[in-house]
Write a protein of this length. Structure first.
Length: 166
């Protein structure tokens, strides 16, 4: 069964807009359940993006996500090199700032792609980003996913795929 690798916007948008922690407890209970059984995972770079605000979302994550939820990306150097190569080949399309941001060591997106690339048949990226290949100012996650043949979907598509309701 595939695992779903969540982007930081999975948590951030849910918390801020769609599923506030104090109202949509069913959503957060499902996230807890899916992360506890290994269906939902993420990477260390997402952890750093979530654990920099000292807010209620960070507190919830620390209290509810299993210790092995965030996977180390430092071992995926060959896959990351492929992602870097792809981004550098896109310099005629994307603005330099977009490529610099995408490849920034503190940003999760390129590492999410590399992590998924390491086990493409079994890892699906979950992101709220939508494809916009004409955009030049930002590399959206769907674009490298398309290039590398990595499956991705948004939160609702993931819950439908898993036949999860709350």
């Amino acid at each position: 069964m595939p695992v779903f690798v969540v982007d930081s916007n999975f948590f951030i948008q849910a918390h801020r807009a769609t599923y506030p922690l104090d109202i949509a407890t069913g959503f957060w209970n499902r996230v807890n359940e899916l992360s506890s059984n290994g269906t939902l995972i993420s990477i260390d770079k997402v952890k750093h993006e979530l654990y920099d605000k000292n807010d209620e979302l960070e507190k919830w994550c620390k209290a509810n996500l299993p210790k092995n939820f965030f996977h180390d990306t430092s071992v995926f150097t060959a896959e990351y090199a492929q992602v870097v190569n792809w981004a550098n080949q896109k310099r005629t399309h994307y603005q330099n700032a977009a490529i610099t941001e995408f490849l920034d060591a503190d940003e999760a997106d390129a590492f999410l792609v590399a992590f998924a690339l390491a086990d493409k048949p079994n890892r699906i990226i979950v992101t709220q980003e939508t494809s916009n290949p004409a955009m030049k100012s930002k590399i959206k996650l769907p674009e490298p996913c398309h290039h590398f043949g990595i499956n991705y979907m948004n939160t609702i598509e993931m819950f439908r795929h898993l036949k999860v309701s709350f």
